[in-house]
Design a protein around this ligand. Sequence first.
Ligand code: SF4
Ligand code: SF4
Length: 273
Amino acid sequence: MVQGFAAILLFDFGWFREQFCIIMCPYGRFQSVLMDKHSKAVMYDEARGEPRGKAKKGSEKQYGDCVNCYKCVAVCPTGVDIRNGLQLECIACTACIDACDDIMTKLGRPKGLIRYSSEAAMQGQPSKSATPRVLAYSAAIALLCIAFTFFVSRKDSLNIQVLRAIEAPYKMVTNAQGHNVIVNHFRIHVNNHKGRDVKLISLKTSTAVEIVAPTLPMTVGSNQDAWVHFFVKAKQGSPEVFDGPKTVTAEFLEDSDKTNYRKLPYSLLGPTK
Ligand code: SF4
Ligand code: SF4
């Protein structure tokens, strides 16, 4: 486990590096789906910056504020040139904003040639926060949250499950009356997330078989799990008890005076004649 994590970290930080952000990180994918022209992101002010370049002595050509120093590209961890517009690889780290602000400060020009803004704001249009797309996605996310809460609240906080014991499927023994008896060994896994102790009292099933649960009653503490072993004894020559799945009823106390019952499926194995 530890070696596995160490190998993954070595691979990621030693070789894969920014490829993780570009190829695997879901942030850019989510961002591209949710974006519209009113969404805020790291943006280059094209109207102010273009045409980019440095004014030369004696040249009549007028340039924008971008001096084409490439500092914003050099600091970008994913190799984006934000002057070409917002790209999927941008992880909004804002390193290009800081780099460009430093250049603007040195040149005595206003900061914010690259800044957090929206496409609409860059074009001088009023920004809207509640666009139809935002409302639709908000409604979809709200529905997902409600569904998630609903299913989590319905999750059974006391999980009781019958499993067959890890050994021979059944054993043949002879009882005191000289009858052949088939014994099936089961385990009940009790996983208690109820926030209080649960006491498993007894197991009951059809009268055609006998259940022996030597460790009952058993108390399972809050946030603990436990295994309860039980044996089902059936006389050989009673095919009806081997016919299809059966249920065993577990009786347990959740509070000191409240008895609950849970029907648990199991199947018997053994010769029917
Ligand atoms: S850091 Fe600013 S001035 Fe330099 S290239 Fe990028 S946008 Fe232009
Ligand atoms: S915000 Fe970060 S990832 Fe995006 S363009 Fe700027 S430096 Fe690159």
